[in-house]
Design a protein around this ligand. Structure first.
Ligand SMILES: *Cc1c(COP(=O)(O)O)cnc(C)c1O
Length: 423
């Protein structure tokens, strides 16, 4: 059953209530290994489901365009201060609706249409909003894109520097969505300062690892840091922009009134709660365990003969190339999902296949670590993945069903915040 209970949804709208209940059950019964997903705490869930959703608060604390901000102002101020402390930033804006609008605010703050932005190409591990062609950031701005080396799967800083010197971007993005390795913030900072670009570290995926000390921080290297709050940071769906004092006004003006209207106050409160949780010592344990689990899983998958981009992982995610297994990413991901293991199909660098039917899988450990799984469980999970992928090639649904049962049995012992098992 969903926790807290949703009796009123059930009374008003049984159809939606049943779907929410099914989703809670699904999240309980599956190994959720999409690296951008997690399970939020009950405290975060309560704050995001609170009456704050009723409020309008355009503007910033002390300078609002609506009355009745007696309690919203301190909530937003607390969230902002916690973000500044946790990420060691002069300034934080906690209002962006999500990661993509947060990045758009950065463009609005520092670029005019046609100006040059440099980011990592989407198929190499970057994000759509780092200048990819189908995104507004690639359509309305001149975008130059770097990648990773074909032989190492890692960023080549000579290439990044040459490109930056030739193209003179005003903004350089580092970070991405499918980068299994530590991001070298000082190396990016040195290129950015050489060409006079604003360095933006998009830490959406790794914010929780940084908060917990399991990945180096961009603080002091990137003038601007953008992040979602709902991935490894384990907060509500939302985003934040952190920056140094010199860029604070431009960022605030870009978020409001430049791009958005009223902030989502219920999300702001939930971000504040998540940031308090992320500052606790137990969160540092969590962040390190996420990495330990990913490394253990990567070692087990390598041991079973799978090709991992860059050979392994330093963080929460693994990018696996299935070319040698002679199965594409999509049918493999679909078979794994039927086997109770949820991952996503993904392009690998220099993928010869199409983006909607790519060669790889992207696998992450943030959510299963929240459930309480540890490195000793990873060889079993790798073995199940291998069995399911092999079964998919032979259309052996019996094996896939058996694994789904094994997964359910394993997870029955690991509680999920947001769901109570009925005896
Ligand atoms: C997830 C992600 C985003 C976008 O966040 P949304 O909330 O989905 O808009 C931006 N940048 C990176 C690097 C991400 O991983």
């Amino acid at each position: 059953m969903h926790e807290p209970p949703i009796a009123q949804v059930a009374a008003t709208d049984p159809q939606i209530a049943a779907l929410i209940e099914s989703e809670a059950q699904r999240q309980f019964a599956k190994l959720r290994m999409i690296p951008s997903e997690n399970y939020v705490s009950l405290a975060v869930l309560e704050a995001s489901g609170s009456v704050l959703t009723n409020k309008y608060s355009e503007g910033y604390a002390g300078r609002r365009y609506y009355e009745g901000q007696q309690f919203v102002d301190p909530i937003e101020t607390i969230a902002k201060q916690r973000a500044q402390e946790l990420f060691r930033a002069d300034h934080a804006n906690v209002q962006p609706y999500s990661g993509s609008p947060a990045n758009l605010a950065v463009y609005l703050a520092f670029l005019s249409p046609g100006d040059t932005v440099m980011g990592m190409a989407l198929p190499m591990g970057g994000h759509l909003t780092h200048g990819w062609s189908v995104s507004v950031t690639g359509k309305w701005f001149k975008s130059v894109q770097y990648g990773v080396r074909a032989d190492t799967g890692r960023i080549d800083f000579d290439e990044v520097r040459d490109l930056a010197l030739r193209e003179r971007p005003k903004v350089i993005y580092c970070g991405g969505t499918a980068i299994p390795r530590t991001i070298d913030f000082p190396a990016f900072a040195s290129v950015a300062s050489e060409v006079g670009a604003v360095l933006v570290a998009d830490i959406a995926h790794i914010a929780g690892l940084i908060a917990g000390g399991a990945h180096p921080s961009p603080a002091g290297h990137a003038q601007v840091i953008t992040t979602t709050t709902h991935k490894t940071l384990r907060g509500p769906r939302g985003a934040m922009i952190m920056c140094d004092a010199a860029h604070a006004t431009a960022i605030d003006k870009a978020v409001f009134p430049g791009l958005q209207g009223g902030p989502h106050d219920h999300t702001t409160a939930a971000i504040a709660v998540a940031l308090k949780e992320a500052a606790a010592p137990s969160f540092s344990t969590y962040a390190h365990q996420v990495v330990a689990n990913a490394k253990a899983l990567a070692a087990a998958l390598s041991g079973l003969g799978y090709t991992l981009v860059s050979g392994g992982t330093d963080n929460h995610l693994i990018l696996m190339d299935l070319t040698a297994q002679e199965i594409a990413g999509k049918p493999a991901a679909k078979a794994l999902d039927r086997a109770g293991i949820e991952v996503n199909y993904n392009t690998v660098p220099y993928d010869p296949r199409k983006p909607f039917d790519p060669s790889g899988l992207r696998i992450g450990t943030p959510a299963i670590t929240t459930r309480g799984l540890s490195p000793e469980h990873m060889p079993q999970i790798a073995a199940w993945m291998d069995e399911a992928i092999t079964a998919a090639k032979k259309d052996d649904e019996a094996v896939i069903e058996r694994i789904a049962g094994n997964v359910r049995d394993l997870l029955a012992d690991f509680p999920m915040p947001g769901f109570t098992q009925i005896a």
